[in-house]
Design a protein around this ligand. Structure first.
Ligand code: KIV
Ligand code: ZN
Length: 387
């Protein structure tokens, strides 16, 4: 089968760090950047160099360190931002400048007090200027999700002519429906002259919980880069979660797409970012949450014990988790109990299990989870009774 590659653009260190209450120092950013490079991301957006001296320093140090991934710095569409980004990226082996401007009517009117023609002109000038420093220039049309497709196509055409090699189509406010976002990408593919010279990129926010679905819809309609963050961290409700899009693509061969991500590192990558950013991962988070491979109801446990595939679509080892877990609760059945007893060294008979199960339920009704110490105590109690 002829699969096509989806480039993974990680923006944990830029959009992800915009999470309220999060601050990483340069040392921490270097640790994350190095691990992202090892994970196999294609682009690391290292920061927004003009935003602070600290951010400039981080982008500069990351540029010196990273040998595989492209290192990218964000700018607004003005010369000063671009000068500073180019300077911060000076030591990068594969530098990319990511410049852009708001294109929705709301951004044009309220942020820039401007008009559509002027926005195109500023976009073109920014791309041309960035091109004087680097070959690899990505352009973002901020709030593209709420920009009408006809105007968006004009913006894209103009910046491609000016030299942009990647076109970022952000759903900045997380507004689009998957079908709508996919149609936007498809419209640009069909209506922008010169589109074959540029890669379309999805950058989706999660305000309606649709960031992953929208990004997947984007690549199903021709985008070839996804911008995402570890654990879906980012402004407000966050960005597209890297681990989710990578596993959707991996689990759905029929899409005929692939990424270069080493999925076995996803769990440890998630733990690292969560620890350094001080942002706990919600237990039910897809792929990397503590409960992503935990089974607690009797029916599910019985199925998983018989064959993992009954209730798991991913082998936990594929994402770096040793094994799925059987959590004992008052909802658990006999087979889960026998399984866990076996696990701690007690091979119980069917008759013994009946006694044990009754005792187990008494304990389980008083606790959220029955642990191994509880199981040993139950064994001891029942042995004394029977003995
Ligand atoms: O969400 C967005 O529009 C952005 C751009 C600055 C790329 O993060
Ligand atoms: Zn964003």
């Amino acid at each position: 089968m002829n699969s096509e590659k989806i480039e993974i653009f990680d923006t944990t260190l830029r959009d992800g760090e915009q999470v309220p209450g999060c601050k990483l120092d340069t040392e921490q950013k270097l640790i994350i950047a190095e691990k992202l490079d090892e994970l196999g991301v294609d682009v690391i957006e290292a920061g927004f160099p003009i935003s602070s001296p600290g951010d400039f320093h981080s982008v500069s140090e990351i540029s010196k360190l990273i040998r595989n991934a492209k290192v990218c710095g964000l700018t607004r569409a003005n010369q000063k931002d671009i000068d500073v980004a180019a300077e911060a990226l000076r030591f990068a082996k594969r530098p990319r400048i990511h410049t852009g401007i708001g294109t929705s009517d709301s951004h044009i009117k309220y942020k820039f007090n401007s008009n559509r023609e002027d926005i195109i002109e500023r976009a073109v000038q920014a791309v041309k200027y960035a091109k004087t420093f680097v070959d690899d220039v990505e352009f973002y049309a901020e709030d593209a999700g709420r920009t009408d497709n006809d105007y968006l196509a004009k913006v894209c055409e103009a910046v491609i002519k000016a030299g942009a090699t990647v076109l970022n189509i952000p759903d900045t406010t997380g507004y689009c429906l998957p079908e709508e976002y996919g149609e936007k990408i498809s419209y640009l593919k069909e209506n922008v002259t010169g589109i074959d010279k540029a890669v379309l990129s999805c950058h989706c926010h999660n305000d309606l919980g649709l960031a992953t679905a929208n990004s997947i819809s984007g690549v199903m309609n021709g985008a070839r880069q996804i911008e995402c963050t570890i654990n879906g961290l980012g402004e407000r409700a966050g960005n597209t979660a890297l681990e989710e899009v990578v596993m959707v693509i991996k689990q759905h061969n029929h899409l005929q797409l692939y990424t270069d991500i080493n999925s076995k590192m996803l769990n440890s990558m998630s733990v690292l970012v969560s620890d350094l950013m001080g942002m706990p991962v919600q237990p039910n988070k897809a792929i990397v949450g503590a409960n992503a491979f935990a089974h607690s109801s009797g029916i599910h446990q019985d199925g998983v014990i018989k064959n993992r595939e009954t209730y798991e679509i991913i082998d936990p080892e594929e994402v770096g988790v040793n094994a799925s877990t059987i959590v004992l609760t008052a909802r658990s059945g006999r087979s889960a109990l026998a399984y866990r007893f076996k696990h701690i060294g007690f091979d119980v008979t069917k008759n013994e299990l009946d006694f044990l199960y009754r005792e187990f339920l008494k304990v389980a009704d008083m606790k959220k989870e029955v642990n191994n110490d509880d199981l040993s105590a139950i064994i001891e109690k029942v042995t004394r009774k029977i003995g």
